[in-house]
Design a protein around this ligand. Structure first.
Ligand code: WTA
Length: 706
């Protein structure tokens, strides 16, 4: 039979297509997670073997703390948790009723477009209104909302400011009117690049007040990073400041923005706040038509600006964060659900009251600063402390002096900082009176039991509970954490899920296990609305692992006999350096731009202070391998990292190697690079195309860097 067309032999074409489709499916299935997952499992298993969750000490909350706590004892936690899982809509609706809604919602949770969930559908509210106006309505107008302590300029005194809720309303409203005068309106996006000063909070809240989407860019990012974020989000303006100080060093923020927006066609205005008038360093070149001084515009508008009501699922902000592939992704957060996550986690996890002074040391450039510096504490009518400077300037006692001077009651910081405090010595702590503290928190990376115990004894005087809070940019707020008046804590464990969080530890097949990968089953109010402009990437990165049944956060976890969760760290190619998320692919993309570089592999390695550091292995092109001066090239590559990402992303070391350990199918076995870097016995090398490579790398690694 001479078969030419489909109509002549449909059965043959059909069966051929089925065979091809099935074969493709099998190939894809085999290719995608197989090796990756095995490596990840090894990491978690190894952590378990190294005694990650072996701490047997248990610290129940004191009876004093329980007596004053909002939720008391494990029975209190269990009761609320059970309801939040059995009747999530009822639970969250009751919580949401504590906030102000202009119009009620028609449906608490709409799952019809899973994994793009909608919370409080049809409900109208405004976050800035809830943070400010609603507190004034409760009689807190004259209460201090923000306590600000500036960086001490060399030889000078730190600037201290106290801003009441009523003053905050005036500042934020005026700021919002300035934004309106630039023709910015609901749905437009604005990038914010500022130091940790109250005006940063004003800017964020002003955007929220009129429905402008804010995209805060951490002040440590380079011009190129700002440019990428402005272009990805189509930001219409950038808000910045003439500059900031850190350890007495001037940071020329406006200049960096100038450099960035040269290539940002969507950016029509740069709004500049003036803080360092008369300082030569801070002189700004203003481009006419584009650049505007904030104070000049502010003088032309009033300080009255009604909040614009937002539908609960209207976009509130974008925040860029690193993933395992490609460029940083714009994580979208909506209004109502995020507001509830911020409100309830501050209420239950920090047990915040309106007589608390809460200090979260994170920069507003990261998600922790969004939820636990700006939105959450104000939603609870607390006072929040903002500090501009570094923990070690002018001396190692800086943080403790701030706590003593302002009587901070709740302190929230990262394990990296705690390890630095330990290194600097207890005497800095002992010199200060920390008796105002009642609760401590930890965030950003796993906390090692030694750091936990030091924090507990030295900062908490063995009296303050510690809440080790696991969560991410994508989750909007805490997900796994103790509730301080309830949960007995174990040093190093984030303990149990927050209300509404249905967490599991799974193996590669989606079966529950003791040590594996963290997974979340049910949606929670603060869940991201996706990745800006890339729905597919969102589904692939977070929802494809277990057939769409679970959210995949990218962390390994161990579940102990009491059901406590111990987060072991990332299982993808994201590294947590001092609690800052950096994708190894981002650094590799920087290195490859250098003409001498053929290929590179960047990995995360254990670091005593930072938790993890970055180690780069670079192969040179043959034409360069013999002639290149490695020390000079390493310098050049580091400078490229500074320029393209920011200084904080520099690797610990760049090792030039003849080759990388690859499997026969060309996949780099990063695990072997980690074994070499951490001086461990090598894992299985039998799948390598050329097992001798490993020895060559080991030798090069052992040769001290020049
Ligand atoms: C890590 C920061 C262990 C984790 C809030 C997560 C933690 C990533 C903890 C998110 C913790 C955060 N214990 N690991 N308590 N908190 N992480 O998006 O790897 O900057 O996936 O959000 O930090 O980092 P992100």
């Amino acid at each position: 039979m001479d078969i030419k067309t489909f109509s002549e032999a449909p059965w043959l074409y059909l069966s051929l297509s089925i065979v091809i489709a099935f074969a493709t499916y099998l190939i894809l299935r085999r290719q995608r997670p197989a090796t990756a997952i095995n490596e990840e499992m090894n990491d978690v298993k190894q952590a378990a073997a190294e005694g990650f969750s072996s701490s047997e000490e248990i610290f129940p909350p004191s009876s004093d703390f329980i007596a004053k706590a909002r939720v008391k004892g494990m029975a209190g936690y269990q009761k609320l948790y059970r309801r939040s899982i059995d009747d999530p809509e009822g639970f969250w609706a009751d919580e949401a009723k504590e906030l102000t809604w202009f119009e009620p919602w028609t449906k608490v949770l709409d799952e019809s477009k899973k994994p793009f969930f909608k919370w409080f559908v049809g409900g109208k509210t405004n976050l800035a209104y809830n943070c400010i106006d609603a507190q004034i309505a409760k009689g807190l107008g004259e209460k201090v909302a923000i306590v600000f302590e500036g960086e001490p300029t060399p030889g000078g005194v730190a600037e201290i400011r106290k801003i009441t809720y009523r003053e905050l309303l005036s500042e934020v409203s005026r700021f919002a009117n300035v934004l309106k005068s630039l023709d910015l309106k609901k749905g437009d996006t604005v990038a914010i690049y500022m130091p940790m000063v109250p005006e940063l909070a004003f800017a964020v809240l002003a955007c929220a007040r009129i429905g402008v989407v804010h995209s805060v860019v951490f002040g440590g990012f380079s011009a190129e990073s700002i440019r990428d974020r402005v272009n990805d989000a189509n930001s219409k303006a950038v808000i910045t400041m003439d500059g900031g100080y850190r350890r007495g060093k001037f940071l020329p923020l406006k200049q960096t923005v100038d450099e960035a927006v040269k290539d940002c066609p969507s950016c029509k205005h740069v709004l500049v706040l003036q803080r360092h008038l008369g300082k030569p360093d801070a002189a700004c070149t203003m481009q006419s038509g584009r650049d505007l001084w904030y104070h000049e515009r502010a003088a032309q508008v009033t300080d009255v600006c009604p909040a614009v009501w937002q539908e609960s699922n209207d976009m509130l902000f974008l925040l860029y964060t690193s993933g395992s592939t490609g460029k940083p992704k714009g994580i979208i957060h909506g209004t109502g659900g995020y507001m509830l996550q911020a409100y309830t986690t501050n209420k239950y996890v920090f047990d915040l009251r309106n007589d608390d002074l809460f200090w979260c040391t994170a920069d507003v450039g990261w998600v922790t600063g969004h939820t636990y510096v700006v939105y959450g504490p104000l939603l609870n009518g607390a006072s929040v402390l903002m500090y501009e400077g570094a923990p070690d300037a002018p001396d190692f006692g800086r943080f403790w002096k701030i706590i003593q001077d302002h009587k901070v009651s709740v302190f929230y910081t990262a394990p990296t900082a705690i390890r630095a405090f330990m290194k600097w010595g207890d005497e800095w702590v002992k010199k200060h009176d920390l008796s105002s503290l009642r609760l401590l928190g930890s965030v950003g990376e796993p906390i090692n039991p030694e750091a936990w115990l030091w924090y507990h004894r030295n900062i908490g005087a063995a009296r303050c509970p510690i809440v080790d809070t696991w969560w991410q940019t994508e989750t909007g707020g805490h997900m796994i954490t103790p509730i301080p008046g309830c949960t007995p804590t174990k040093p190093g464990s984030a303990t149990l899920p927050f209300f509404g969080v249905d967490a599991a530890v799974l193996d590669e097949n989606g079966e529950e296990t003791d040590s594996g990968i963290l997974a979340i089953r049910k949606p929670w109010p603060g869940i991201t609305q996706g990745i800006y402009g890339d729905e597919k990437r969102y589904i692939e990165a977070y929802w494809s692992r277990w057939g769409g049944k679970y959210y995949f956060p990218g962390d390994g976890a161990i579940k102990d006999k009491d059901g406590y969760l111990w987060i072991t760290g990332r299982v993808d190619d994201v590294v947590n350096v001092s609690g800052h998320r950096i994708g190894t692919a981002e650094l590799e993309a920087v290195f490859i731009e250098n003409e001498a570089v053929a290929e590179s592999a960047v990995i995360g390695v254990k670091h005593d202070l930072k938790g993890q550091g970055l180690m780069a292995f670079v192969i040179l092109k043959t034409a360069h391998a013999k002639t290149v001066n490695e020390a000079n090239l390493a310098k050049t590559l580091n400078n490229m990292v500074d320029a393209k990402i920011g200084k904080f992303a520099r690797p610990e070391r760049i090792v030039f190697v003849p080759d990388l350990p690859k499997t026969r199918s060309g996949k780099i076995m990063r695990r072997l690079l980690r074994d070499i870097s951490e001086d461990r016995e090598l894992g299985n090398v039998s799948t390598l195309a050329d097992p001798a490579v490993v020895e060559a790398i080991r030798q090069k690694f052992a040769t001290p860097a020049v």
